[in-house]
Structure formats: C-alpha cells, structure tokens
Write a protein that binds this ligand. Structure first.
Ligand code: ACO
Length: 378
C-alpha cells in the first residue's frame, strides 16, 4: 500500500462508499438516493424521506402507511428512562441529555442481533419514534413539569411541537417544521455521520451508534452553530450595526457562525429553502427584525467573503425558523439530531451490510527509545 499524505480533518479522503446522499458543492446540489432536496422538501414528508434514506427507495403507499403506523405507536418512552432524565441537572445542555438518553435505550433493547432484519427494523422505528419524545421530555422536566404524553392522532412533526407546548400546532407551522427535518435528515460524510460509521463498524448496537453521533453533532463547528447564529444576530442588534460588526469580526479573524462549509462553495441549497420557509412563517405569524439583520449580513458577507466561497450554510436560517416556532435556542441542535437520526441510521445499515472495522493509521511525531526517569529525578 502506498503511503498517503496526512490531511488534517481527512479533507477530501473518502471514508466509505455510499449510495445514500450526494453533494455537489460547486453547484449547490444535494440529493438523497438521487432525488433532489428541493423535490423532497416540496413533495415528501420527513418520515417518507427517512424511509427512502434507510431502505434506499421510496415506499409504496402501503409500506408508508405501515411505517408511519409503527413509528406512531412506539413514541412512548419507558418510565425508567423518564425517571433517569428527571435526575439530570436542569442546567445541563439538552444535547448532553439526549446523548445520555439515547445511550440508555441500549440498556433496554441492546441485543446486537445485526443479522436479523426484524431487529434492524425495530431499532430504526424505536429511535425515530423516541428521540423526539426524549427531547421534549427533557425540555419540560428541566422546567419542573411532567412530560406531555405523545398524541397518536398527530403526525410526526405536529406531535413533537405538541409535546413541547401541549398545544396543537398550526398546520403551516407543523408542515414547515417537517420540511426542516427533511432538509437536515442526511448530508454525506460529515463529522457526526463519520462518528456513527466508526461506532457502527465495531458492530455495537444502534443506540450506541446514535449516542456517539449525537455527541459529535453538538460541537459549535457542526450542529451547534445554529444556536450561536441567534446569539450573534442578537448581539448585532440592528441592520445598521451589521457592517461594523462584520469588520470587527474579520479583523479579529473570528468566524461568522452559519457561514462557510467544507463542501459547499456556493449558498447551501438547504439555506435557500429555509430562507423561503422563514419568509412564509413571518408572513403568517409576524415580522422578525432579526430576519432583516440576517439578510443584510448575508449580503455583506457575499461582498467580503464571496470570492472565498463563504456563503450561508444550513444553520444560518434554521435558527430563525425555530425561534419563530417558539423552540428554545438550546433545543435547536437536538432538533437537528431528531432529523439526522434518519441519516445516521441509513449509514449504520449501510456500514454493517458490508463491514470492515475502521482502523486508520497515524503519522507518529514523537520520540523513540526514551529511557524512563524515576520520579525523584524529574
Ligand atoms: N466566517 C469567516 N471566515 C470563514 C468562515 C466563516 N464562517 N468559514 C471559513 N472562513 C474562512 C477561513 O477563515 C479561511 O480563511 P483563510 O483561508 O484566509 O485562512 C477559509 O475561509 C477556509 O476556512 P476553513 O475553516 O479552513 O474551512 P473548513 O472547510 O475547514 O471549515 C467550517 C468549514 C468548519 C464549517 C467553517 O466554515 C466554520 O467554522 N463555519 C462557522 C461554523 C458553522 O457555521 N458551522 C456549521 C457548518 S454546517 C454543519 O455542520 C451542519
């Protein structure tokens, strides 16, 4: 085997062969199983898209009804998991609560029966069904309230919004939230998906796979950026302050959250769709001054950094949409995780179908033959 050049962040190095999704970063194209993201956002639902990602084809009508039915009736979480979550500190970040709760599912369901399609289907259904319940339960319990029971008569997204507020959401809001989940469901070999595949390659259980990916998604350079976008827009405070703020950040060589992407060198197609959704929301539910600040920031950055290929990524407008829905800022990344579970599970399934444990190499930069110095002599 030839010796490869070391690439920090493994930039440009294929870590897997995959037929799940495709990105063309120069032209701003994203496809799930060959279908353009714009087409899915317009015509599909999150659960149908999850099915497409995980099983590789769009379901027939009957398959979709059965899948939706299974997910709907597995939404409740065991009281032991709820009790465990009750003891989490209310000051803890909801992503940490989610990581711990996802891992805890493995205590109940871990059989690692990976050759059995029934086990695989059960795990897929259970994770898709219970992750939203766990996110909503932690949100209520950290405020000292009991969690709201899932409602079997509501669709996936409407039920999640209902569990957060105990109010049935407006249908447009529920539909927009569902599109947001579709947009975030999968995105090739990003950090959390790589993490999921590495964990999957040890043939551990899918709950450990998802817990590991949730931990990776939480960082500010990955899924955590959408929380920071809102903080940044609040700090800017007014349209007039956009350019002075930007100048100051750039002089200090600080990154602007929600901009830039390892793969996209044009505007992320998901950001374009999210911006339209934000406009629909504001039209129906009222104007948001932070949207104007965001649009001005996008223009200013296109002028200053466009030649470097720095444009809005998926996190830039998603925060504004979630904020308008009344979702607390520190739930933005858990909401991202609710969606990305679909992609992680698709990669889990693909990885174990043709597995080879990940065991990369390293470039050693340390010493050799160093003799041990007794503690008294150090
Ligand atoms: N603001 C200002 N400048 C930026 C930004 C940004 N957000 N992103 C990249 N640049 C600049 C860098 O300073 C660098 O400039 P230089 O060549 O003059 O040194 C150049 O563009 C290349 O940047 P890298 O950090 O090397 O690009 P990389 O591909 O490693 O990083 C990343 C991609 C991590 C997403 C980066 O753009 C970033 O930190 N963005 C802000 C955080 C963010 O929004 N993350 C969410 C990403 S989407 C997701 O994970 C779901």
């Amino acid at each position: 085997m030839s010796v490869c050049e070391f690439k920090p962040g493994l930039e440009g190095i294929p870590a897997a062969q995959s037929s799940i999704s495709f990105v063309n970063g120069q032209e701003g194209i994203l496809e799930y199983r060959g279908i353009r993201i714009e087409d899915l956002a317009e015509n599909s639902t999150f659960l149908e898209t999850a099915y497409l990602l995980i099983w590789g084809k769009l379901p027939t009508k009957d398959e979709l009804i059965e899948f939706e039915h299974e997910v709907r009736y597995h939404r409740r979480i065991k009281y032991r998991i709820r009790d465990m979550m009750k003891s989490f500190p209310e000051s803890g970040h909801p992503m940490d609560a989610l990581q711990a709760s996802a891992a805890a599912l493995g205590l109940f369901y871990s059989r690692r029966d990976l050759d059995n399609p029934v086990y695989i289907r059960d795990a897929v259904v259970r994770l898709l069904a219970t992750i939203p319940t766990m996110v909503a339960a932690f949100q209520l319990m950290r405020k000292g309230n009991d969690p709201v029971r899932p409602r079997d008569d509501l669709d996936y997204s409407a039920n999640f919004l209902y569990m957060l507020s105990e109010r049935e959401p407006d249908p447009l809001m529920a539909r927009i939230f569902d599109v947001c989940l579709t947009l975030h469901a999968e995105h090739t070999m990003n950090a959390s998906t790589f993490s999921a595949r590495v964990t999957a390659s040890t043939l551990t259980d899918p709950y450990a796979v998802v817990a590991s990916a949730v931990g990776t998604l939480g960082g500010p350079l990955h899924g955590g950026a959408n929380e920071e976008v809102i903080g940044m827009l609040e700090e800017i405070g007014s349209v007039e302050n956009v350019r002075p703020y930007l100048e100051d950040r750039l002089q200090r060589k600080a990154k602007i959250m929600g901009f830039g992407h390892r793969v996209y060198k044009v505007k992320d197609p998901r950001a374009t769709i999210l911006q339209k959704l934000a406009e629909q929301l504001f039209e129906k539910f009222g104007y948001d001054k932070y949207y104007d600040i965001a649009v001005e920031l996008e223009h200013a950055i296109a002028e200053k950094l466009g030649q470097k290929g720095i444009y809005p990524n998926v996190d830039f407008y998603s925060g504004l949409v979630y904020r308008k829905m009344g979702i607390p800022t520190d739930l933005f990344t858990p909401v991202f995780a609710i969606a990305r579970v679909a992609g992680w599970l698709a990669h889990w399934k693909e990885q174990i179908a043709e597995n080879r444990i990940f065991r990369p190499t390293q470039v050693y930069t340390g010493h050799h033959d160093v003799s041990y110095t007794p503690v008294e002599q150090r």
